[in-house]
Structure formats: structure tokens, C-alpha cells
Design a protein around this ligand. Structure first.
Ligand SMILES: [Zn+2]
Length: 166
């Protein structure tokens, strides 16, 4: 489903750059992807830093376009704040320690970590968003907000690697 026509892409690209700079994330390239977040079509938005690159992909679902400007601002702030904790997240997601635990321990750790990070980011977005300019992207609507996702999915643990304590 296409939600990102040229007019929206242009306005959004400019707005994202403003937010990115306000959060001191100038080193990042934010790539807008058309359509809803893959695999999470009901989500308002999702951002996913690309491994090994100073780049993140941002998806905005159809419900983003019927949010109020205030909601859109908070959604964008929320997604961009996820980029700020990328390195800390990768300690859990990609850390060498994952080779020393079983998949169950890793999955449980990831799930709890992800939940706590999501809560932190959402609280921070409430504080940060009012300090950002309002976007001028779409008309206001009153569709309920669907919580955006955290970047990155879990990785599979290879317990056959040397160093396993099992
Ligand atoms: Zn989130």
C-alpha cells in the first residue's frame, strides 16, 4: 500500500532532517520506506538502523497520516529516539555474550530489554516532542495511536560456537 506520494515524501524528508538535527543525529541518513512496516502492518511507524552503517530505515503506516500534527511529531520523535540507543541495544542484540547462553535465555533477555527500552523511549518522546517544531504533513484525525516498534528483531544464538558453557 502506498502512503508516501512525492509531496508527502518531500515534506517528511525535510521534517525528519529537522528532528534528526535537533537530536544531534546529523551523522545518520534516514531513508523513508513506502508502505506500512513490514510484518507489522498495524503499526503507526517503525525505524530500523542498518547494521554496520550510519543509516536507519523509517516506515510510516497508513494510520500515521491521520494522526494530528502533535501526534505525528511525537511519533517521529519516538522513532528518532530509537536511533540514539542503537549502540546500547546492540550490546544485547549482537553482544558476544549471546554465544554463551541458550536461545531461551537470550530470547527472554531480549524481550524484557525491549519492553523496558520501549517504555523509556515513549516517556522520553513525551518530553522531547514539545521542543520540536510541528510537522505540516496531513490533516488531523482521531484514529487511536498504535505503539511503534523498537528497531531490530532478535538474532538467533549459535550455541555451537566455542565458549559455550553448556
Ligand atoms: Zn518504539
Amino acid at each position: 500500500m502506498t502512503t508516501l506520494d512525492e509531496e508527502r515524501r518531500e515534506a517528511l524528508t525535510e521534517y525528519i532532517a529537522q528532528v534528526r538535527d535537533a537530536l544531534n543525529l546529523q551523522a545518520y541518513k534516514i531513508v523513508l520506506r513506502d508502505g506500512p512496516p513490514p510484518g507489522r502492518e498495524e503499526a503507526t511507524a517503525m525505524i530500523q538502523p542498518v547494521d554496520g552503517r550510519m543509516m536507519a530505515e523509517l516506515w510510516l503506516g497508513p494510520s500515521f497520516w491521520i494522526e494530528t500534527p502533535e501526534e505525528q511529531r511525537q511519533t517521529i520523535a519516538h522513532e528518532m529516539l530509537h536511533v540514539l540507543h542503537r549502540d546500547a541495544t546492540d550490546v544485547i542484540r549482537l553482544g558476544a555474550w549471546i554465544r554463551h547462553v541458550g536461545q531461551g535465555t537470550y530470547d527472554a533477555t531480549w524481550e524484557v530489554f525491549r519492553d523496558h527500552i520501549e517504555k523509556m523511549v515513549d516517556r522520553l518522546s513525551v518530553i522531547v516532542a514539545p521542543r520540536l517544531p510541528l510537522p505540516e504533513l496531513a490533516t488531523a484525525g482521531d484514529t487511536p495511536h498504535v505503539a511503534p516498534l523498537m528497531p531490530h528483531g532478535p538474532v538467533a544464538v549459535d550455541t555451537t560456537q566455542a565458549g559455550s558453557v553448556e
